[in-house]
Design a protein around this ligand. Sequence first.
Ligand code: PGA
Length: 250
Amino acid sequence: MRKYLVAGNWKMNGSRDSAARLINDIIQGLEPRPEAEVLVCPPFVHLAEVNRLLKGSSVALGAQDVCAENNGAYTGEVSGAMLLDCECRYVIVGHSERRALYGETDPMVARKFMTAQKAGLIPILCVGETLADRERGETHVVVTRQLKAVLDAAGAGAFAQAVVAYEPVWAIGTGHTATPEQAQEVHAFIRSLIRTADVKIGDATRLLYGGSVKAANAAELFRMPDVDGGLVGGASLEAREFLAICAAAG
Ligand code: PGA
C-alpha cells in the first residue's frame, strides 16, 4: 500500500546544460510504473528549468532545503512558498550535510519541516547516525532524538504528509552502503516510533534509505519490508544508473 519513492539528490553539482541533459535522459529512459514514484531534487538555481523540461512526464520535482521563515529579510534564503511557486512537490529537510556543515539543529529542522508543510510541500526528513554514534551503540538514541524533535513539534498527524529518509552518515558518499539487514533494522525502529504516536500513520509513512545506493545494491535494499525507496546522491547524477535504481523499486 506504500508507494515506492526514488529520489535523486543532485546536491551542489552540474550546470544548466548538464542539468538539462540529465533530466532529459531520465525522462526518456523512464518507464512509468504505478508502484514507484520518481523525484529529482536539483540545486535551487536549476529548479525552474528542470521543471519546464519535466512537464508532462511522471517525474516529480523537489528542493534540497528550505528556509524556516516564511518571507522577508533573510538574505540568501529560499522560502517554501517560492519552492511551491516553482512547482516543487517535495523538499529535503535536515540532510546530514546541512546538520554537520551548516549547524542545523533538531529544533531548526523541525521548524523547516513545519514551514515546508504549511507552504504545501511534502518534507523528506533525514535522520541518521555517525560512525562514532553507531560504534557507541547509540544509533537508536540518535535517530530517536532527531525524529522526536519533529514528532513532538509537528505532531504525528503531520507524518501523513511527510517522508522519512534514514541516511547513516557513514554510508553517505563513502561507497559503504548499509547492509539490507542494517537498513531494515533501523527502518523498523523508525516505523515503531511513528506507530507509537499513531499506528495508522506509522504504517503508511514512507521510509527511504539513503547512503551509497546504486544500481548494484538497490534491489536488495528495496526488498526489505520497511524500506520504501531511496534517497540517492552520487548515483542520481548518472541517468543510466539512476534509471536502474528506479527500475529496482517495486
Ligand atoms: P550518496 O548520498 O548516495 O552519494 O551516498 C545520499 C544522500 O546524501 O542523500
